[in-house]
Design a protein around this ligand. Sequence first.
Ligand code: ATP
Ligand code: MG
Length: 359
Amino acid sequence: MNTTDDALKERIKELTCLYEVSSIIVNAGVSQVQETFNAIAISLKKAFQFPQQTEISIKTVHYNFETGSINDVINLTSEIKVFNKENGFITASLKDDRSSFLIEERQLLESVAQKIGNLLERIEIQQNETSLKRQMERADRLSILGELTAGIAHELNTPLANILGFAELMQDDFKKDQTVSADLEKIVSNAIFSREVVKKLMFFACEMPQEMIKANIVPSIKNAITLLDATFRKEQVKYIVKIDEEEMLLKADNIQLTQIIFNLIINAIYFTPKDGLVTIEAKQTDKDIILKISDEGSGLSPQAMDKIFQPFFTTKPTGEGSGLGLSVVHGIVASHNGSINAVNNKKKGATFTVELPKS
Ligand SMILES: Nc1ncnc2c1ncn2[C@@H]1O[C@H](COP(=O)(O)OP(=O)(O)OP(=O)(O)O)[C@@H](O)[C@H]1O
Ligand SMILES: [Mg+2]
């Protein structure tokens, strides 16, 4: 750098870049982080003393961008921090090893790294807020559905019991008449099917009686797996069980606990392709028991994610599923004051996590 003029020009370039970066960041949408990084890197490159010789790289946990290949010999690096934790780096490198960076360029890089950190913080806050809002909306919808369902289920219970009771009485009266017996058999089996649906709806609405005892979840999981072993083999799906302790006690209804485990594992098997793996994991903290079922299926679309716990939501072909499995699980978990959530795995498939309080 020879003259004051040159130095001034450099300062102007740096200030222009800071101004540009600030504008880019102000206008950045949550869904355009990658584009924002690209624009920042390009603007930054221009601000350096030797733009042609300089390459910029921005690397964070979720996003990457390089204006060109970065050399390891002469470079400047600033840490990008998000909520005081290291999240990535921004690096400037010079191709020509006879040149070096200016002190002001180091400061510029630091300022931009800080701005990127602030942007990532803003995005994280926004994402948390959106997901919290979504969760609350979902919970609201489910609780309204629960109330509605409880009403319908109660209304249907008595007439269904009557249909079943009288049909069974008639079966006794018409034992000798084969045609009538066959018709009555159909009435009885359909009434039993409907009663099962009503029962599931009552589970969803947290309306089923419970026998809360001190229960150990470990044998419940192991028994379920033993019973489902044949299904795993038939569907050619592998499984691993990760349970470190033999005793994980909680206050729960043992039969309902088994229903949670069964429904989740059956779904995992159903949606996992041949040779895929289902992972069944249980652990405990001071206060909770955590059950995790992961699969290697297709995972859940955003639309499905919103509806999976609603009664009758199913993506199975007609006649294959009632769409009540997860509704029952949700109801049981809620009536145990626990929580359930579903997320898509990074690679493939979904993970359902159930947390149940120990007492
Ligand atoms: N492990 C999973 N992977 C992908 N999608 C799943 C998984 N578990 C559930 N789903 C989605 O949620 C829907 C509802 O599941 P739910 O268990 O309530 O009903 P179902 O399995 O379709 O029918 P049912 O359980 O009554 O036989 C499924 O149809 C599917 O779209
Ligand atoms: Mg199911």
